[in-house]
Write a protein that binds this ligand. Structure first.
Ligand SMILES: [Zn+2]
Ligand SMILES: [Zn+2]
Length: 124
């Protein structure tokens, strides 16, 4: 991993899920001045190395989080864009049952994504 990649990964670990423009801003606050192209290129390479995971919560922007995090879902505030982790064992049990029923009909499920959208406490 290059020095730039280490810095980018640290920002994402500290405040992910985070989008590329926010990563740039946070790096600047830490006096790390990288241009947009460099940041985007390094993000892509970190995703390829399975160190980062893309979170698809916004069709217009890609958010990233550490790939080391345990399996979870997200809640996204549609007003301020705040993202919260959702970890729920009961939910996973239900999903597992659904996946098993897929398998019994010959369909293989490799992963699932589930995100919740709404308005957060601060935005009510
Ligand atoms: Zn909000
Ligand atoms: Zn799940």
């Amino acid at each position: 991993m290059t020095a730039n990649q280490t810095k980018i990964l640290q920002v994402i670990k500290d405040s992910g899920p985070i989008c590329a423009p926010e990563i740039l801003k946070t790096l600047k606050q830490h006096n790390v001045y990288l241009n947009k192209t460099t940041v985007y290129r390094n993000i892509t390479s970190l995703v390829d190395k399975n160190l980062l995971r893309e979170v698809r919560v916004d069709p217009e922007k890609s958010y990233y989080e550490s790939a080391e995090l345990e399996h979870h879902h997200h809640f996204i505030c549609q007003n301020c864009g705040k993202i919260r982790k959702v970890i729920n064992a009961e939910l996973e049990q239900v999903i597992e049952k659904i996946e098993e029923s897929f398998m019994s009909s010959g369909i293989t499920i490799s992963k699932h994504d589930l995100e919740f959208f709404g308005t957060c406490n601060n935005c009510h």
